[in-house]
Write a protein that binds this ligand. Structure first.
Ligand code: MG
Length: 373
C-alpha cells in the first residue's frame, strides 16, 4: 500500500547580507520550500517548490495536503495534473516527492527508475548574479569570478542587461581579460533587450572564442527576433527557463530560433513534463542545459535527468551540456551532500536520491511565518 499518510512542509528563509541581482532587480533574501510526502508503509519522498513562501504555505495547508491524504502515491501523473491546475509550481514539487517514493519502493536510484544513467559525472557551471548596489559592483563581480576559478570551475555564467550596454561591455571585457580563453563563459540578459541592443554586442562577440551562449536577450515570445539574432550573432542563443511544458518550446524549435533550451525542474508542470522537454531537445538535435538557480533538490533532479540523456553530439565524444550551479551567498545550495569538484559532479547512485540531507539547515532557517518583501 502506497497510500499517502501525511505531508510535511519546510519553508526556509535566509536574509542576504548584501542584496545581489540581475536585470530584473535585486534579491534581498533566498528561500527554499521543501515538502516530504510519507506513505502508510513508511516510504517517503522529498520535493521542492519555488514561490513566495506565504502563497505556498497556505496553498499546501488548505488545499494540496487535504487533497493528497489518502491518495495512492503510484498515481503520480494523475495527481500532478490536478494540482498543476491549482498551483503549477507546487505540482512540480509533489512530482519530485512521488518519484522518489517509487524509486524507494523499487529499491533503485532515481536514474535507474528512469532507465539508467549514461554518465557517471556531469559538468556544472558556476552561476553568478553580477550586480550589487554601489559603484564597486564590477570589481565585486570580478572577485567572485576569480574565486570560482580558484575553486576549479571552468564554465561560468554572468549577467548583462541590468546596466547600460557600455557599462556591461566594460565589465564583461574586464572578466574576459581575467579568465582567458580556457574558461568558458555564458552571458544572461534576462529578457531585457530588444534585437537592436543585442546586436550591439556582436563587435565583441566575434573576437571571443570562449562564449558558450547568449541567454534570453529578448522576451521568449519574440520568435522572429530570436531567429534574426541567431543568424546575425556569432554566439549560440539559449533560453526558456520559465517555460512550463514542451509545447511552449515548439515555436522556437520548429523555427530554428534557438541553439539551446534551458528547462527548469521547478518551473515545469512536473518532473515528467520537464523530462519531456529534455527529450524534445534531443529529438530536434539541439542542446539542453537545465536552469537550476532557484533550488537545490530541484538541481539534483536536473543532474539525474541529464545523466540519463545520451550525449548531445558526436562532435565532442561523450560531451554533455552543463547544469547550472548557484555559487552566490545561499545556505540552501549546501542542503544536499553533492558538491562539484573542478566543475564536475559525481551522479549519486544510491537508492532514491542517494545523498544525505543536512537536517540542521532545515531547523536553522525555518521561516517564522512573518510576511516579508
Ligand atoms: Mg537566465
Amino acid at each position: 500500500m502506497l497510500q499517502i499518510e501525511r505531508v510535511e512542509t519546510y519553508p526556509l528563509l535566509y536574509q542576504l547580507r548584501e542584496p545581489y541581482g540581475d536585470a530584473n532587480g535585486y534579491k534581498k533574501y533566498r528561500t527554499c520550500f521543501l515538502l516530504r510526502i510519507v506513505t502508510r508503509s513508511g516510504l517517503d519522498g522529498w520535493g521542492e517548490c519555488i514561490d513566495w513562501l506565504p502563497t505556498l504555505t497556505v496553498g499546501f495547508e488548505q488545499r494540496i495536503i487535504p487533497f493528497l491524504i489518502g491518495k495512492e502515491a503510484t498515481k503520480r501523473l494523475q495527481l500532478v495534473k490536478i494540482i498543476s491546475k491549482w498551483h503549477q509550481r507546487a505540482a512540480a514539487g509533489v512530482s519530485m516527492a512521488l518519484t522518489e517514493i517509487m524509486a524507494k519502493k523499487a529499491g533503485v536510484s532515481i536514474c535507474e527508475l528512469w532507465g539508467g544513467r549514461q554518465h557517471q559525472t556531469l559538468p556544472v557551471y558556476a552561476s553568478f548574479q553580477s550586480y550589487s548596489q554601489g559603484t564597486e559592483w564590477p570589481k565585486q563581480s570580478v572577485k567572485r569570478v576569480e574565486q570560482a576559478i580558484a575553486d576549479g570551475f571552468t564554465q561560468l555564467k554572468v549577467k548583462i542587461g541590468g546596466r547600460t550596454i557600455a557599462e556591461d561591455q566594460a565589465h564583461i571585457s574586464a572578466l574576459q581579460h581575467l579568465i582567458g580563453e580556457k574558461v568558458h563563459l555564458a552571458l544572461d540578459a534576462n529578457q531585457s533587450y530588444d534585437a537592436a541592443a543585442a546586436l550591439k554586442w556582436e563587435k565583441l562577440f566575434r573576437n571571443w572564442s570562449n562564449l558558450m551562449w547568449l541567454e534570453e536577450p529578448l522576451p521568449m515570445d519574440r520568435t522572429a527576433d530570436y531567429k534574426l539574432l541567431r543568424s546575425a550573432l556569432s554566439v549560440p542563443l539559449a533560453g526558456g527557463e520559465n517555460l512550463q511544458h514542451g509545447r511552449q518550446y515548439l515555436p522556437l524549435l520548429t523555427q530554428a530560433a534557438l541553439d539551446l533550451i534551458q528547462p527548469d525542474t521547478m518551473h515545469h508542470d512536473g518532473l515528467d513534463s520537464y523530462r519531456d522537454s529534455l527529450q524534445l531537445a534531443r529529438q530536434f538535435g539541439i542542446r539542453v542545459s537545465s536552469h537550476a538557480f532557484d533550488g537545490t533538490l530541484s538541481r539534483l533532479y536536473a543532474v539525474f535527468a541529464h545523466a540519463c540523456l545520451p550525449p548531445w553530439s558526436k562532435m565532442e565524444g561523450n560531451g554533455m551540456e552543463p547544469v547550472e550551479w548557484d555559487v552566490m551567498e545561499n545556505p540552501f545550495t549546501g542542503l544536499f551532500s553533492l558538491r562539484p569538484v573542478k566543475g564536475v559532479v559525481h551522479v549519486p547512485e544510491g537508492v532514491g536520491l542517494g545523498v544525505e540531507m543536512d537536517a540542521e539547515i532545515l531547523k536553522r532557517y525555518r521561516w517564522d511565518g512573518r510576511t516579508y518583501q
